[in-house]
Design a protein around this ligand. Structure first.
Ligand SMILES: Cc1cc2nc3c(=O)[nH]c(=O)nc-3n(C[C@H](O)[C@H](O)[C@H](O)COP(=O)(O)O)c2cc1C
Length: 328
């Protein structure tokens, strides 16, 4: 049987390498995305800071923000040849002002020919897949013909996989956060694309937060991408392992904590502050007894001078267990 495709969404400021390492410990099978990295940051900035990752994170996809074909091709080459990314994804779905000023992200959906040239250039420079993440439309476009034209043009340029965040983006008047909540979800429009272009790999994104929903959409789409739920409630990834990938390793939250400690020690030794790793694990006990205590200890103590990972995590874990004992 074909392995299901489940990816964890690119999320700026959230899915950095430390977050991805944590997610990988819980989920050996999910495909992990970086935050969006702009071509400018790669060309002019500190490459290691933007691109380095741990080998355990594979398979990992670099999401690029940009719209100049030659620059995107250069960045895709650096990312795959020098750093070993498994796929490069072009962001055509992010609606923030900063992104619009740079003419990339969701506003690129207005320029399918430009996106096509970007895909062609990247495909020429690298051998791993080049994919696209987009919305179903922008502003007051009529979604069906708009999305169809975009997909067809970009597909003809050599893109075989699209992750569709199944809502429109409003480029004026809505904040990025509102743009993830206000425009209604239209899985039906994404499904029509899958039906019309069965040869394409279509991954559904937006609002997926239960195993039931994921199972249902995997009947229709080639895969699903989970964003906020995976970050806020990372244990859903363990449920996905068990129920979608049928991997019954039976790992506990405490096993994950134990495996994180040596990683955090190693990263701290190379100068990473504990708090910048610990912030990603606040949701580990989401809606569990002791979850509030866990968050409290992690958020209040991770920034303390001299705090070590084993101290912090053992204290936070003990606080959750204390809650269990009180309830027993
Ligand atoms: C904090 C945050 C940052 C995001 N950053 C990006 C990004 O860098 N690139 C991108 O394509 N989408 C970004 N998104 C959108 C997500 O990838 C995803 O499409 C969206 O959250 C809908 O999926 P969900 O309902 O499962 O969260 C971001 C979302 C959040 C919450």
């Amino acid at each position: 049987m074909k392995k299901p495709h489940v990816s964890i969404a690119p999320m700026l400021d959230w899915t950095d390498r430390h977050c991805r390492f944590f997610h990988r410990l819980i989920s050996p099978h999910a495909i992990l995305f970086t935050e969006m990295v702009t071509t400018g940051a790669i060309i002019h900035g500190n490459k290691d800071r933007h691109l380095a990752f741990s080998q355990q994170e594979h398979p990992v996809v670099l999401q690029l923000g940009g719209s100049d074909p030659a620059t995107l091709a250069t960045c895709a080459k650096i990312a795959t040849e020098d750093y070993g990314y498994d796929e490069v994804n072009l962001n055509c779905g992010c609606p923030s002002d900063r992104v619009q000023n740079g003419v990339f992200g969701a506003c690129l959906m207005n320029e399918p020919d430009k996106v096509a040239r970007c895909i062609e250039a990247m495909n020429k420079s690298i051998s791993v897949p080049v994919t696209v993440k987009c919305r179903i439309g922008i502003d007051d476009c009529e979604e069906r013909p708009f999305l169809d034209r975009f997909i067809q043009t970009v597909m003809n340029a050599g893109c075989g996989e699209f992750t569709i965040h199944a809502r429109k983006a409003w480029l004026k008047g809505l904040s990025p956060k509102e743009n993830r909540e206000v425009p209604p979800l239209r899985y039906d429009i994404a499904a029509e694309i899958k039906q019309k272009y069965p040869q394409l790999k279509i991954i559904l994104n937006g609002g997926l937060c239960s195993i039931g929903q994921i199972q249902e959409q995997l009947q229709i789409f080639d895969g699903v991408m989970i964003g906020r739920e995976a970050y806020q409630n990372p244990w859903i990834l363990a449920e996905i392992e068990c129920r979608i990938f049928e991997d019954n390793r039976n790992v506990s939250r405490y096993d994950i904590i134990e495996r994180l400690i040596p990683y955090m020690e190693e990263q701290m030794a190379s100068g990473v502050p504990l708090k910048s790793m610990a912030r990603h694990i606040l949701g580990l006990f989401h809606e569990q007894r002791g979850g509030k205590k866990w968050r409290q200890v992690i958020s209040q103590e991770s920034h303390l001078e001299g705090m070590r990972p084993d101290d912090l995590l053992n204290r936070a874990a003990a606080a959750t267990q204390q809650d269990w004992k009180l309830a027993a």
